[in-house]
Ligand binder design. Structure first.
Ligand SMILES: [Zn+2]
Length: 211
């Protein structure tokens, strides 16, 4: 077993979330009204109400994920007939028309990745809530993964744009975004905020405090 290194919190220090300046925490006082002497950002030991906030955002994203997948994502009009497609029926359409690469990209970007991110956040939240000692390093890596994927979240939006462009190039059809697009954008944005509001140091706090 490696010895657990001493943390800033154990030494009574606070680190600024914005500029990472390390300052000595005043004793006994609530840190909430404290400002960073260098950049003025509010100082706190951990992101305030991280668990409650992240849970609320994750729940909202999971609820919105349902209409995003059930309602039509695209409404296509070709030769007088109108067809509404959900994300999944779009994927199936591309598989049937032989463009399995496009089908794979849409499936991964629009169904798999958002679901994976939500699942990881639920695992992290549950484990922190239960004060789990289970593989803290791996859990921190999972968190880093969601953060990394977060930067590519807008990929989903690009996929729809490319889809629209492809159909437009066909010139025989007109395509419009369906109501699911709004819900989908909300899922992407809310999941990004949820990942941001989670404080990964909470993963290690349980280990330190129970040590
Ligand atoms: Zn600062």
């Amino acid at each position: 077993m490696n010895p657990i290194p001493v943390t800033a919190r154990q030494l009574g220090m606070l680190s600024c979330h914005d500029c990472h300046l390390l300052i000595e925490a005043p004793t006994g006082e609530a840190h909430d009204h404290l400002g960073c002497p260098r950049c003025g950002a509010p100082l706190h030991e951990r992101k305030p109400n991280s668990l409650a906030r992240t849970w609320a955002l994750v729940c909202a994203a999971i609820i919105l994920y349902i209409p995003a997948n059930v309602l039509p994502m695209t409404v296509t009009t070709a030769l007088g007939t109108t067809q509404a497609d959900t994300i999944m029926s779009g994927v199936i359409y591309f598989i049937h028309s032989g463009s399995w690469e496009i089908a794979a990209v849409i499936f991964i970007a629009s169904i798999f990745v958002p679901l994976l991110k939500l699942l990881i956040l639920v695992i992290l939240l549950t484990s922190v809530q239960l004060r789990s000692h289970w593989r803290p390093k791996d859990r921190t890596m999972l968190y880093r993964l969601t953060e990394m994927v977060g930067r590519w979240s807008m990929l989903d939006v690009y996929v729809v744009t490319i889809l629209v462009a492809l159909v437009k190039l066909g010139a025989v059809a007109s395509i419009e975004a369906g109501p699911a697009a709004v819900y989908f954008a909300a899922v992407v944005v809310i999941t990004m905020i949820a990942a941001e509001s989670f404080d990964p140091r909470l993963i290690w706090d349980a280990l330190e405090e129970d040590a």
